[in-house]
Ligand binder design. Structure first.
Ligand SMILES: [Zn+2]
Ligand SMILES: [Zn+2]
Length: 888
């Protein structure tokens, strides 16, 4: 294969003057060979070679030259003939034949600067810039023509630094650029930000009297603009006696680049006033810059205006529009524009297609994506790497991995994004083995994995519970992959552990990272904070909060919002409020985090006060806000206001309530004992109630002793979650305790429950160590100390406990042994010398009424504050009362 072919521009095979293309075939055709089989070549090779060249029989010509060279004959060819042959190679893009010609250069009678320059051009035009440079460097004499060829070649390949270096060598050689070469060199200065050289050239141009050439003047202006020296540009622009559209466009785009669109618009008006015609380019500059500032609507206005002035948007205008809307998250509008572009008959380019596909990815609009894919195929973009990468991404996000793989296989010249997208796609879908296979292949390809690839593999493994592989890669990446770990590598591990529920490991990685001096960023903080969203991790939240301070991450709104939430969940509502009050900027998530923290702590008044503030400030509450507000009304037992709010969600705010809003409404009715209304509400629900709704009803029945309704709720729950052991247990208790005559059902359930041991567990923190207790577990060292205390406590509490309707997630203590939260409480109070003023316990399932009473009693008799979070809510016991209002 010819490596240069893939680098070159789209196949420009246009040598129609030749008879057939097949004669350029690399494998010489036998019948053609027989024509030149004659071992003694013609006496005057020039005329024969020129004849073959004119006929386009280049392969034969090269064979003739080759055989002359091999025979060591004294025959030579004239430079003109040789140049003709090279030109034919350039036209037919045959670098292979060109190289053969180059090998025969000794046959040329006189190797002059033109012959060598032609070779430079040939290599350059076939995309072999390094070969071109080699020939160029070996030239004995280099004139302007040669320098122009070399500089032009480097410029075409966008090697701007090299162009500037060549210019300096050229000056050392004593050759001066002309008015065609200066713009090329100046363009390079602008594109690599070489203001110094640009300024020197400006001086030289004045000295040489070349500033009269418009193209040279405009190029100097462009250097100043591109190097961000707008005051220089402005001065130069003012002094220009003749300013064409190119000059105006330079100035306008300069101001757009630095985001000063208003100044750009002012110049635009001035340009019109001076009678310079504003063309497509000018409009496109303005439109693009508005998109870059996220002002999509302004860009849209401009496009409509230019249309009304009779200037039709071209492919660049449309591409700006599609990609602008897509990048600013307005994906469906991006797709509408893409369709409109077709209607008006403008053909998209690769960038337009890429942007449209990305828009589909954002929307997971597979069908539209497929349509655009087929457009891309029809227009020949199948092996375009940008289009391909966006397709891989789109298909992976939509779960169509086979389609993604097919696209991946076709892409020529895959880059690191192609590999990363494909590997990421497999990881996301849980096919880590497939991903690793590709990862290995990538290591052997000419695109080695970069840090993103390694990170993608690490998070892929850990998210799919292959912790060991993830850690192995994490350790290997620096040594084997020659890739330095970055903050994102650590973040992948932390987020992975967090997702696996291994909170301590997540925190461990976070600490190790800090010990090694790796700076956490806001993503790290956002990954690690949820690991501390529980009562026994309050000190860890403070530790992370300190880190946020040290790393100056406070300006990050998501970090502060997450801190409010985490402090709330770890039982420190005062800190949540302090952070909330100290934030100069708040978004709806800030407000929601604070309100939901108050609701969690049973502080309905504070929550509703903030909710009123939101409405008074004219802010727009969202689904989360409404959910917390309904729960706050429920806590406050303000049923009618809650009902009113619920109906306003759709009527006044046009938001569709979700299942969680419905279940919070059941809570609202249930807490106030309005069970019939709760049931009616469920029956009227426009969506199918899920288990959260029935659970809310069950809680209401449990508290208010409505067995009939409880059975109904339980049967719905069993239907929705047949494998849930807790529901089985609740049903069993209800049937047995209240003598419901469905013996068969009961026996079946009993059988299933036989092997099931108690699953109740509690955690309590003491002196920085988290202790775990299981229900009925007496193996702890302190049991001889705790047991007598618990025994005594039980007698006191029993007398107080109400005899209501009692079905519990945990077996009665007579069967299961003492409940874990009680042991934890005893441990915190009498298990150590210094029992804390605030006791924090986490329980994995709903705490029972008996334990709830015990905690209330202890909070009064011992004067302690007790926080207990179970699977239902956060209980804050103080002076014999609980924040849940005995409803949980
Ligand atoms: Zn209990
Ligand atoms: Zn409570």
């Amino acid at each position: 294969m010819m490596p240069c072919m893939s680098v070159s521009k789209p196949p420009l095979i246009t040598p129609q003057k030749h008879d057939t293309l097949s004669e350029f075939s690399l494998k010489p055709n036998k019948s053609i060979l027989s024509f030149t089989k004659t071992t003694d070549h013609p006496r005057f090779p020039d005329s024969h070679l020129n004849y073959l060249c004119r006929k386009g029989r280049l392969t034969e010509a090269v064979t003739v030259l080759d055989s002359i060279a091999k025979q060591g004959s004294k025959s030579k060819v004239r430079p003109k003939t040789y140049i003709n042959l090279i030109d034919a190679c350039i036209d037919s893009h045959s670098i292979h034949l060109g190289r053969k010609l180059h090998a025969c250069i000794d046959l040329v009678t006189e190797i002059d600067v033109f012959v060598e320059t032609k070779l430079v051009s040939m290599y350059a035009k076939c995309g072999c810039l390094n070969n071109a440079r080699k020939v160029f460097d070996g030239m004995r004499e280099r004139n302007l023509y040669a320098w122009s060829a070399m500089i032009g070649a480097s410029s075409r390949e966008q090697r701007w630094r090299e162009v500037v270096e060549l210019y300096i060598l050229m000056m050392e050689d004593g050759v001066l650029p002309d008015d065609f070469l200066f713009p090329k060199i100046l363009q390079a200065c602008g594109n690599c930000g070489d203001f110094g050289t640009g300024k020197l050239i400006h001086c030289l141009v004045i000295k040489l009297g070349m500033s009269c050439f418009t193209r040279v003047r405009n190029s100097i202006l462009a250097v100043y603009v591109k190097c961000g020296k707008l005051s220089w540009a402005r001065k130069f622009f003012k002094r220009m006696d003749e300013r064409d559209a190119v000059a105006w466009n330079s100035m306008i785009s300069g101001y757009c680049q630095i985001g000063e669109n208003e100044e750009a618009h002012r110049l635009f008006d001035e340009m019109c006033n001076e009678g310079v015609e504003t063309g497509l380019v000018t409009w496109n500059i303005l439109i693009r810059s508005h998109h870059q500032l996220g002002q999509c609507d302004r860009a849209m206005e401009l496009m409509r205006k230019m249309e009304s002035l009779g200037i039709s948007p071209d492919v660049f205008t449309w591409t700006s529009m599609v990609s602008g809307f897509s990048q600013n998250g307005r994906t469906s509008q991006a797709l509408d524009l893409f369709k409109e572009m077709f209607v008006v008959g403008v053909e998209p380019n690769g960038v337009t297609i890429t942007s449209a596909i990305s828009a589909c990815t954002g929307l997971e609009a597979l069908e539209m994506g497929l349509e655009i894919h087929s457009v891309a195929v029809k227009m020949g973009f199948t092996d375009d790497v940008l289009v391909g990468n966006s397709l891989i991404d789109m298909y992976s996000k939509c779960g169509e991995l086979e389609a993604a793989q097919r696209v991946f296989d076709i892409i020529k010249g895959k880059d690191v994004y192609s590999w990363n997208s494909m590997i990421g796609g497999y990881c996301q879908a849980g096919y880590c083995g497939k991903a690793y296979e590709l990862f290995r292949k990538m290591q052997e390809s000419d695109v080695p994995p970069n840090v993103i690839t390694w990170n993608v593999m690490i998070s892929g493994y850990i998210q799919n519970e292959n912790e060991d592989e993830a850690l192995e890669l994490f350790q290997r990446m620096e040594k084997d992959g020659n890739v330095k770990q970055n903050t994102a590598s650590w973040n992948s591990l932390i987020a992975g552990y967090q997702q696996l529920g291994q909170k301590n490991n997540a925190l461990g990685v976070f600490r190790k990272m800090q010990a090694l001096g790796v700076s956490p960023n806001y993503v790290t903080i956002l990954s690690v904070l949820p690991a501390c969203a529980n009562l026994v991790a309050e000190k860890k939240v403070k530790e992370i909060h300190c880190c946020v301070f040290r790393r100056s991450l406070e300006p990050s709104l998501p970090v502060m919002n997450s801190l409010i939430d985490t402090y709330g969940k770890s039982g420190n509502i005062v800190y949540s409020r302090t952070i909330f009050d100290g934030m100069p900027l708040k978004d709806m998530i800030t407000w929601n985090s604070m309100i939901s923290s108050y609701v969690r702590h049973g502080c309905s008044d504070a929550a509703l006060d903030l909710f009123d503030q939101i409405r008074n400030f004219g802010l727009k509450p969202n689904r989360g806000t409404f959910l917390s507000a309904i729960l706050a009304y429920s806590l406050a037992r303000r049923v009618d206001e809650g009902k009113q709010l619920f109906s306003s969600i759709t009527e006044a705010y046009q938001i569709m309530p979700m299942l969680e809003h419905y279940s919070s409404m059941i809570d609202l009715y249930g807490r106030s004992g309005r069970l019939v209304e709760a049931l009616e509400f469920i029956e009227d629900m426009p969506i199918k109630p899920d288990s959260s709704v029935w659970e809310a009803l069950l809680t209401a029945c449990r508290i208010h002793g409505n067995i009939g309704l409880a059975v109904r709720a339980l049967e719905h729950l069993l239907e929705l979650e047949p494998g849930n052991i807790l529901i089985h247990r609740l049903i069993l208790q209800t049937y047995v305790t209240y003598g419901i005559p469905d013996a068969l059902k009961v026996r079946k359930l009993e059988k299933e429950n036989m092997a099931r041991k108690s699953i109740g567990q509690s955690w309590v923190e003491a002196k920085n160590i988290v202790h775990t207790f299981a229900t009925g577990d007496w193996s702890k060292t302190y049991s001889n100390l705790l047991y007598p205390w618990l025994h005594c406590m039980q007698k006191n509490v029993k007398a107080r406990s109400h005899g209501g309707f009692c079905i519990e997630e945990e077996e009665k203590e007579e069967i299961s042994g003492i409940h874990s939260e009680k042991i934890a409480l005893a441990f915190a109070l009498v298990g150590s010398n210094h029992s804390p003023q605030i006791i924090r316990i986490v329980k994995n399932i709903r705490t029972c009424a008996d334990c709830h009473e015990t905690a209330k009693y202890v909070s009064m008799t011992y004067g302690r504050a007790i926080y207990l979070s179970d699977s239902k809510c956060l209980h804050h016991f103080k002076m014999g009362h609980c924040s849940c209002g005995d409803y949980w």
